[in-house]
Design a protein around this ligand. Sequence first.
Ligand code: SF4
Length: 360
Amino acid sequence: MELRIDNRKKVAFPRINHYDYAIRYIVEQGIGAQFILLPPATKKTSELGSKYSPDYACAPFKHSLGSLIEALEAGAEVLVETGGLCRLDYYGALQKEIIRELGYRCDFINLAEYMGGSKKEWIRLARHINPKLNPAKLVTGAYEGVKMAEYMDEIEAMYYRNAGFEAEKGSYKKVYRQFLMEMQIAESGQEIKRGYQRAKQALEELPLKMPENPVRIGVVGEYYTIMDEHSNQFLQEKLINLGASVHRFMNITNCHFRAKETALRPRIREYAQYSMGPTTTWTINSAMDYAKQGFDGIIHVKSFGCTPEMDAIPVLQNISRDYHIPVLYLSYDLQESDTGLDTRLEAFYDMLERKKKVLR
Ligand code: SF4
């Protein structure tokens, strides 16, 4: 038997929801390196990140630092951190220092330094990871990886909208889990597409016991915490278990490919004249949409100490007043207890349900 040695560089990226499956795909199929796919985050991940983070850092910093340290322990040689429009843009530089001080030796790629860069610079960066890079493969791999992220967003949205009303308990989750597993191991664009089509069809065919007028809740808020289920303590899952139809506009597809932040600013002018930060435009825009569409309630999710989303709160209060739509404000740090969150969600859901009955 031939023994093959894998000489590919081992690359890691902090976890964010299930998007690491798409990143794995781009790294492995596009760049030709090996991706360190970590198991789902645990309490230990956040504790690890928290232990080595400055107190003032917001929760996404701590979660991502915890992920990076776990990736190093799993053998990562190249760490990649993203940039952003807020403090996030400085996080890579700070995490790099923390990791060095902890004694780890690795290549640290801070994408904040490449944002707005030319195609050539991105190819040079990919070549740094794999000197034998094939640019054509990179383009195809990146395209297919992005497609996977879009498919995951679509299937996830279907899941949270309807799973609370499945006729057979667990049937929705079974399909969703199978779909995610297929994305986790997909090795070609065809496999990705087939997995998506199968899941979509299966979900469409599953019988539902949807009431005529279900409780609909729109979730809005800060980019990382709202999308990463570990960071928001499985908020959407908890809501479907209570019996709600849950909608979330914020995802990679909507915010990066469909509704550019600058294009939405005129839509929210009634409530905000100026841009207030990275995700607030989407937050306000989604809240307005949910209110106009007659949703029963809105949940605002943010990380403790997130200034942009703190600024969105008074605007949401105005929307709540104008459209008579209740808003529940959740601020996440790393020491939240599940029981505390469950109690607040149950009370909110009960209130929405009662309000609905009284107004019917
Ligand atoms: S949007 Fe808020 S929570 Fe997210 S990284 Fe920026 S400051 Fe932190």
